[in-house]
Ligand binder design. Structure first.
Ligand SMILES: [Zn+2]
Length: 235
């Protein structure tokens, strides 16, 4: 095997890929964090809307009580008016009003009782739901802390990874390096791939016989005649 500098290029590629991987992970962090934070906000909204439902029921209960008080007062007024009226039909009319008021009060009492049962159920459900949701929030918060840790680790790694790329690059000869840089434009890793059964392991196409021979000799940097990647003979 000739010395075309492929070994040092492979080391460079390896370190560049490692650096890229760290960079990608760092870039992905804000999105990951945002999606967790959205989940937490959603959970908090669930708790809040449950509380709101209960509040609305309590307000309805108060309204029923207020109305009941008003109707009862009205009935008392009718009763005292009855003591003063002289005409029979006025007395009868007031009796009718009093009956209506009493009926209204019992229907309000019924609604109130029904509401109180519903409120009991709702409070019970709410406290159970809230406990479950808080557990979920706790889990998501832990995931957030793990992301913070991950970020700190990646930031620690990235400087070393950059330095490693620089060191590897310094080991590559000028000409292979310039071919590598040129080929790398517009390509995703891997840029250097082995040939297996005369097939480029980047595009999986069979290379020409000339390319195969060149790669075998390894006297210079050889590229795939289909995708342009640097190929080497994988013995
Ligand atoms: Zn190829």
């Amino acid at each position: 095997m000739g010395d075309n500098g492929i070994t040092s290029l492979l080391i460079l590629q390896d370190r560049e890929m490692n650096l890229e991987c760290i960079e990608r992970s760092l870039e992905a962090l804000p999105r990951e964090r945002e999606s967790i934070q959205k989940k937490i906000v959603g959970f908090e909204e669930d708790i809040e809307s449950g509380k709101q439902r209960i509040k609305e029921m309590e307000v309805r209960g108060k309204a029923i009580e207020t109305e009941m008080g008003e109707v009862e007062n009205q009935a008392l007024k009718y009763k005292s008016q009855q003591l003063e009226v002289k005409k029979n039909e006025e007395y009868t009319a007031l009796t009718h009003e009093i009956e209506l008021a009493d009926a209204k009060v019992s229907s309000l009492e019924e609604s109130e009782l029904k509401l109180l049962y519903e409120l009991d159920d709702a409070r019970e459900t709410q406290s159970k739901d809230e406990a479950e949701i808080k557990e979920k929030i706790e889990m998501e918060s832990r995931a957030l802390s793990r992301l913070d840790e991950k970020e700190a680790n990646l930031k620690n790694e990235i400087d070393a990874a950059r330095q490693a790329v620089g060191e590897a690059e310094a080991q590559v000869d000028k000409q292979p390096l310039s071919i590598y840089r040129r080929v790398a434009r517009g390509l995703k890793y891997p840029i250097i791939v082995p040939l297996r059964d005369a097939k480029c392991q980047g595009c999986h196409m069979r290379v020409s016989a000339a390319v195969e021979v060149e790669a075998r000799k390894a006297n210079e940097i050889t590229t795939c005649d289909n995708c342009g990647r640097i190929v080497y003979w994988d013995a």
